[in-house]
Design a protein around this ligand. Structure first.
Ligand SMILES: [Zn+2]
Ligand SMILES: [Zn+2]
Length: 509
């Protein structure tokens, strides 16, 4: 399929149409593969209702940018909406000086583009491999965007949450509301276990009650799956959808959307409030194009709120330079300080491991936790170390298990660990975030390894002492030489505890 630029008889403006819909006399450019046509500016939004009034379709299309085969109708049914500019078309790939830029995921790295023999344009066609799992975008693909009025929002956003806030939570919650009102930007720097989900409820309620659309983006599918029922329970009268790789809600839209950062790619100019959870976590912090995808999903004037326990150096720098307002919650919800990690030298452990042995100190730590029925995470630096360590421990304790990111039994093992069926879980950094288990203690074996960055170690330490009943919790880093990251981690935790002790004097830089 090829596209043309034509002068619209209705508005006099140049618009892009599929060749089959264009009248020969009005063509000003093309027909050609869409990425070879000149760029057109986005037309200003059309405020009248579309000629073929289709309210259901509008609520599917609003705030999204979709491929032709993702549209719920054919190109001929589209014709009137394109003529009246209620819908607009742009090229899926934009030509740049060095190649292409994908307009959906903003990838412009050469290694993420491929070439295939394309049936649609009959040529060798360049396509984006970076967002391939969402349907192929190639040089002849068009992206369709709704440009008409927003669907009316008719719902009551009632927040039924009745818990109480700690003083730190209450302050952060007020800061979030005012950021939403001002359509500003703010970092919420909350220690692990501060209760950061709850502090969002009043802000989300405020945004929704004022007709705003809210996106809660998170790097991990697990979090979407966990948060969706929680938010549905808190906002029982609000339409909420959860978007992740396998979700069934992908064709829908709603005033409140919880999505993995990947799934935000389909949205364009859609949200008045965007909240990014765990802003420092993989893949978000490592993938520039996902940052741009989130930027595309929000409206030009929108509130942007970042949540994290471990801000990246870039965020900290913006805070320091007073470019980004911050609200800190240095105190955990239950009011006790964060457990400070102990360091324990464990010698050159690789050799011992090769010989089927663990360092004595690590062995003793595991044995004492299993003997006292204290649930324990043993973090290790690689899958290879994971196999060996698990195998050694299983000789004495057959119910010990190991878990890593590719492990298909992961959810199952974590559930069994929670129930106490597994006394000790050996894990790679995959469980450093998000998993809350009552009374758990944690050790890092090989803490000097590069994967254990300051933020990874802070997150690991943050797994312990989360419940009011067991606020202390032991955290120990077994190492073959202290690293900068280990020291920075301890400094980070101590500083948060001191800030807490000072009653938040330095709060709100
Ligand atoms: Zn093609
Ligand atoms: Zn792409």
């Amino acid at each position: 399929m090829h596209f043309c630029h034509v002068r619209s008889p209705q508005t006099g403006q140049i618009i892009c149409l599929p060749e089959s819909l264009a009248e020969k006399a009005s063509i000003v450019a093309g027909p050609a593969v869409i990425s070879e046509l000149p760029l057109l500016p986005f037309p200003s939004p059309v405020s009248e209702e579309p000629p073929l009034f289709a309210p259901d379709i509008r609520s599917v299309l609003y705030g999204k940018e979709l491929l032709l085969d993702e549209l719920p109708f054919t190109i001929h049914e589209l014709a009137a909406l394109l003529q009246s500019q209620h819908m607009t078309i742009r090229s899926g790939l934009k030509q740049t000086e060095n190649g292409f830029c994908c307009q959906r995921c903003h990838n412009s790295a050469k290694q993420f583009f491929g070439v295939f023999p394309c049936a649609r344009c009959g040529q060798s066609c360049v396509y984006c491999r970076h967002c391939l799992m969402m349907g192929r975008i190639s040089a002849c693909s068009a992206l369709f965007r709704w440009n008409g009025p927003a669907p009316p929002i008719s719902y009551e956003a009632v927040c039924t949450w009745e818990g109480t806030f700690s003083p730190g939570q209450a302050q952060a919650s007020r800061a979030i509301i005012s950021t939403i009102i001002q359509k500003g930007e703010r970092l919420i720097w909350a220690v692990c276990g501060a209760g950061k989900t709850e502090i969002l409820f009043p802000g989300i309620e405020h945004a929704l009650q004022n007709g705003g659309r809210v996106l809660l983006a998170t790097p991990r599918t697990d979090v979407v799956v966990e948060l969706l029922p929680r938010l549905q329970a808190v906002f029982p009268k609000t339409d909420i959808i959860g978007l992740y790789g396998k979700s069934e809600d992908k064709q829908k839209t709603a005033p409140l959307v919880i999505a993995t950062t990947h799934q935000t790619m389909r949205f364009a100019d859609a949200f008045d409030t965007v909240i990014i959870d765990e802003v420092d976590a993989f893949p978000f912090s490592q993938d520039k194009s996902l940052v741009q995808a989130v930027a595309k999903a929000k409206k030009q004037h929108a509130a942007l709120i970042y949540l994290t326990a471990t801000p990246t150096p870039a965020l900290k720098k913006r805070v320091k330079n007073k470019q980004l307002p911050v609200t800190k919650i240095p105190r955990r919800f239950h009011g006790y300080p964060l457990p400070v990690p102990r360091f324990k030298w464990c010698g050159y452990w690789q050799k011992r491991l090769e010989n089927g042995k663990l360092p004595h100190s690590v062995e003793r730590w595991c044995a004492s936790h299993i003997a006292t029925n204290t649930p324990a995470f043993l973090f290790v630096p690689s899958v290879n170390v994971l196999w060996k360590t698990t195998e050694i421990l299983q000789k004495t304790y057959p119910s010990v298990m190991g878990v890593h990111s590719e492990d298909e039994e992961r959810q199952h093992k974590v559930a069994a660990f929670r129930k106490g069926e597994i006394p000790l879980l050996v894990t790679t950094t995959i469980l450093e975030r998000g998993v809350t288990v009552a009374g758990v203690e944690a050790a890092v074996f090989g803490a000097e390894a590069e994967v254990f960055t300051e933020s990874a170690l802070v997150q690991i330490a943050g797994r312990t002492g989360r419940k009011k009943e067991t606020p202390a919790g032991d955290v120990v880093f077994f190492h073959a030489g202290k690293t900068r990251a280990m020291l920075d981690c301890r400094r980070h935790i101590t500083a948060m505890n001191e800030e807490d002790a000072e009653g938040g004097k330095r709060n709100n830089a």
